[in-house]
Write a protein that binds this ligand. Sequence first.
Ligand SMILES: C[S@@+](CC[C@H](N)C(=O)[O-])C[C@H]1O[C@@H](n2cnc3c(N)ncnc32)[C@H](O)[C@@H]1O
Length: 341
Amino acid sequence: MNSKTLQNQITYQKTMINANLKYFKPSTAKKQKTFLDEITLSLNNKPKSISPKFFYDETGSKLFDEICSLPEYYLYDSEIEILSNIKTDIKSYIDSEIHLVELGSGSSIKTRILLDTLYSLQTSVEYFPIDISDILTHSTQELSSIYKDLKITGIIDTYENGLNFIEHYDDKPNLVSFLGSSFGNFNPNEGIDFLRTISAMMKESDLFLIGFDLKKDESVLHNAYNDSKGVTAKFNLNVLKRINTELNADFDLSKFAHHAVYNELQGRIEMYLKSLCTQTVKIPDVNMSINVLKDELIHTENSYKFSISQIESKLEKASIGINKIWYDSRNYFALVLGQKI
Ligand SMILES: C[S@@+](CC[C@H](N)C(=O)[O-])C[C@H]1O[C@@H](n2cnc3c(N)ncnc32)[C@H](O)[C@@H]1O
């Protein structure tokens, strides 16, 4: 293991698994400090909130995979359907050897469809997954055992820091993918800023593949975020368990309930943890007490649903031109291939 320090002063520990697989991770102390600082700040805000990026500890990442296997969670099936159907089409946009960069790679299952496409065009492929979750260590080892020659450099950090890490890696073009409609977690202004960050780091020869969840019947949305097996509820509540484990807090999970509603005006699913009684939660390590009222909502996630004109406008504002938009058979989801203009 050795390390690399970036311009923005983040020191990464490098772990080499084999000649083809390595990953970089900020020190545990730095990760814990960021978690503590952000959580204490957002739980003291009015209204209280917890960033959705903190859902993904090991259990959270496993629960998310479980959500993807639920029939109600149409987002996963829809995007897989599109990716499986566009293998030939997407090749017509690639005219030289290209790397694959993936934002929020998670378990890297959808990645396999993209890798198969790239391997049908070129003899070697380099893959750069970026994910805040340690799941990256498992998913990359699994990929490595399937694609023996695949060169993988994983970055276990935020999207922004990961992009910063790989910028100027070499002159070869990148296919930057951002799947799962994770873009929907950003509020409108943050989303455009994020697209601008991506656009700024892209070379003209790079391609950008991004998934958007489309506006649809409210009952379909409701069921997707309130599944009958209660897996989404477990996923939502798990963030409190994580705060207990990592920050020594004393959230009583039985005193909170999962609450997900569609806000039509804002065009987004809003996810909350609802307090079932008036209570005080303590984080003794930072000498903090958080008073929570009965029925008070702690906001944990927004998941925006888009129209095509909203998608076009957002990409345009970030100077990303659209090459092609693909849809699934139910028109639930759109996958957009773009390029910097
Ligand atoms: C909704 S899941 C999508 C996973 C996969 N791309 C898919 O489509 O099935 C979001 C993934 O992004 C990661 N993630 C969430 N917020 C992040 C952030 N701010 N920076 C880096 N990764 C993040 C999570 O750990 C998780 O693996």
